[in-house]
Design a binder for this molecule. Structure first.
Ligand code: CA
Length: 369
């Protein structure tokens, strides 16, 4: 018995040593093996401040559910923006293997490939419902995964905020002339469109917006919607809250996984990760929709003034958007490929929406005061 106990202890000791060695270098830190499936410890870099339970919550959902479904064998620790890398460098951290995975918005990286905008949201594009239809059943996910494969990354939709608000402004914006020279935080193609309308565009991660707006380093900023914006305190830095968020009708967040780390995962863990990302995708949207109405009322009650973009601005922005799409398609083959496929899908799904769902929404908006 004594000898058997000694052997067990020795085996455990060897496994622990392997674990320590495994932790010290490289991605996919496979450590000990208990039963059929290995014990894995991964890190997830995110683009979000930890204070935002909605959007950082998407990362937490994935990590929690992966652990739950593997009985604690495969655990992933989420890190807030700035803890491992700045919030807008998650793709780089996953690509380079600094972390095995990340949770971010793909449109932060349109400088690397402009077609990544479609992974998140583009101006005057798809609603959350339509975006999910495109990604899961309209060829969208295949198109975006093809782009990410160039970076040695595989991506999965892992959250959606629903239609965002149109941002916070220190003073009213009534015409196109009011936008000229305005310093505004707005990422993605929305930022490119604003740039073409004369706005001085800034891209800051979420945790840096409040101070920049409060101190006057920027004149305007968009983040997400009532619940998150209130949490960041943006209502304390600017008074006018605009709608609609025409540049983000239904933005998707993505879980990014280093392809080498992904390939080393047992098939069961891959399926579990995909399931957890899918759950995060649906759960985040439900959470935002449940929280935003109450938060909007609180903002208005505490002095926030709601305002709607003028037709002049909306029409000019939509025109600039189409021009931007065409310009990008003309100089980037992968953008053209995704754009054409996406555009065909958008026309079909939009017709379906306008024939039926929109009619009910229009009627309800008149009677549901
Ligand atoms: Ca936004």
């Amino acid at each position: 018995m004594k000898r058997r106990k000694f052997l067990e202890n020795t085996a455990l000791g060897a496994a622990t040593t392997a674990a320590l060695v495994g932790c010290s270098g490289g991605t996919n830190t496979q450590t000990t093996s208990t039963g059929d499936l290995p014990t894995l410890r991964w890190k997830m870099a995110t683009s979000w401040p930890q204070s935002l339970d909605t959007i950082f919550g998407g990362a937490q959902t994935i990590c929690q559910r992966v652990s739950d479904m593997t009985d604690g064998r495969f655990t992933i620790k989420p890190f807030a923006a700035g803890e491992i890398v700045p919030g807008t460098q998650v793709l780089d951290a996953v690509q380079g293997g600094t972390v095995e995975c990340g949770h971010t918005a793909s449109y932060y990286y349109i400088g690397k490939n402009p077609a990544l905008a479609f992974a998140t949201s583009v101006p005057f594009g798809l609603s959350a419902q339509q975006q999910n239809a495109w990604l899961y059943h309209g060829g969208g996910l295949e198109a975006i995964q093809k782009i990410y494969s160039d970076f040695g990354i595989i991506n999965f939709p892992a959250g959606n905020t629903g239609t965002q608000m149109g941002g916070w402004f220190k003073r009213e914006i009534k015409s196109l002339a009011d936008l000229k020279g305005l310093k505004m935080r707005i990422p993605g193609l929305g930022g490119k469109v604003m740039d073409s309308l004369g706005v001085n565009v800034q891209v800051l991660p979420g945790n840096e917006i409040f101070l920049a707006l409060e101190r006057g380093a920027i004149d305007a900023a968009e983040w997400v919607g009532p619940y998150d914006d209130q949490k960041l305190g943006l209502n304390k830095a600017a008074k006018f809250y605009y709608n609609p968020g025409w540049w983000e009708p239904g933005p998707t967040l993505d879980a990014l996984v280093n392809q080498e780390a992904w390939d080393k995962l047992p098939k069961a863990y891959q399926e579990i990760f995909k399931t957890a990302a899918f759950e995060a995708n649906i759960n985040m949207l439900a959470k935002y929709d449940a929280l935003n109405g109450k938060a909007l009322k609180e903002l208005v009650d505490s002095g926030t003034q709601l305002a709607t973009y003028s037709q002049e601005i909306l029409i000019a922005a939509q025109k600039a958007t189409v021009e931007l799409f065409e310009e990008n398609a003309g100089k980037d083959a992968s953008f053209k490929e995704v754009y054409q496929q996406w555009q065909k899908f958008r026309e079909e799904v939009s017709q379906w929406y306008q024939i039926n769902q929109l009619k009910l929404a229009e009627f309800m908006s008149k009677t549901d005061k």
